[in-house]
Design a protein around this ligand. Structure first.
Ligand code: NAP
Length: 280
């Protein structure tokens, strides 16, 4: 059976991997990149090189764009005719960015799908064509910005978690100990955190924080000790905004409630949110 021809725009680390996956799966694959030389390895594997982004879009019914941002994608496609084409973006970006991109693409007559690449729910749409990108491909729904929303909802854990690990490594280094010695304990710690998430999700969804495994008060009491790690020669300043959030929760009377009540402070009633006040 002949496979759907696919175009991939943007051949950075991710775009090259995507194009490679389509080639491996036997899709006729057209590629374009602003810096043309990045297409060379894919052309050597059988991809067709397009001279312009417009030529690339014309070559296939489906175009996958994996440039750095939505703005970059629009800039690259400014001169391209998108009428009747399916355009899928797989860059990172905000829900608002996804909505702007969708409006832009639809004004130009494209069928548009916003996707995100993550280790958790990803929306890369039309299953038969995009399944080659990985076994964990999920269509999240009709709202254009859902992939970006889930991507950011998941991604918010990355930097705090990593900085916490790096802080631990810095503390060990101050005693001449290697980061590798932290791994057995850090790994178990991350596993423990993962095991707690269903409980926290239940508390958040029910609004009932009255039976805490760990209360706001406990975290509040621990803040001073957290900062004393500075005495080991570690910059702990990055923790202050998190401590401030915990302090505000304690001052708002949540001291005896579960730490997931912080979600209520973080919900400030943005578009689509129904939570504008803390629950009783
Ligand atoms: N790499 C990952 O592990 C990963 C994981 C998940 C999601 N993502 C997301 O995937 C997207 C691409 O990431 P990447 O790692 O592939 O980045 P990358 O290696 O830095 O590649 C960026 C690509 O965007 C192109 N580009 C940027 N601005 C452009 C413009 N104004 N006009 C035309 N082309 C432009 C670059 O073209 P040139 O080659 O000409 O510079 C290059 O092809 C990002 O949104 C990233 O957050 C990446």
């Amino acid at each position: 059976m002949s496979k759907t021809p696919v175009t991939v725009l943007g051949l950075g680390s991710m775009g090259s991997a995507l194009a490679g996956a389509f080639l491996d799966a036997g899709h006729p694959t057209t590629v374009w990149n602003r810096t043309a030389s990045k297409a060379d390895p894919l052309v050597a594997r059988g991809a067709n090189r397009a001279a312009t982004a417009g030529d690339a879009v014309r070559a296939s019914p489906v175009t996958i764009a994996c440039l750095t941002t939505y703005e970059d994608t629009r800039a690259a496609l400014e001169q391209a005719s998108l009428t009747g084409r399916a355009l899928v973006t797989l860059n990172s970006g905000s829900p608002a960015g996804a909505r702007r991109m969708a409006g832009w693409a639809r004004e130009r007559g494209a069928r548009y799908l916003d996707g995100a690449i993550k280790n958790v729910p990803s929306a890369v749409g039309a299953p038969d064509t995009l399944r080659v990108l990985g076994g964990d491909t999920v269509h999240l729904g009709e709202d254009t910005d859902l992939a970006a929303l889930y991507e950011m909802a998941v991604g918010g854990t990355l930097l705090p978690a990593l900085v916490g690990f790096f802080q631990g490594a810095a503390a060990l280094r101050s005693r001449g100990l290697e980061a590798g010695t932290l791994l057995p304990y850090a790994t178990k710690w991350f596993e423990l955190i993962i095991s707690l998430l269903p409980m926290y999700a239940k508390e958040i969804d029910s609004g009932d924080y009255s039976d805490p495994a760990a209360s706001v008060g406990i975290f509040h009491a621990g803040a001073a000790a957290d900062l004393e790690l500075a005495e080991e020669g570690v910059d702990v300043g990055w923790q202050r905004p998190m401590h401030d959030l915990v302090r505000r929760a304690a001052e708002a009377g949540h001291g005896d409630r579960g730490i997931a009540v912080l979600t209520e402070l973080l919900s400030v009633g943005a578009a689509g949110s129904s939570t504008t006040t803390t629950r009783p």
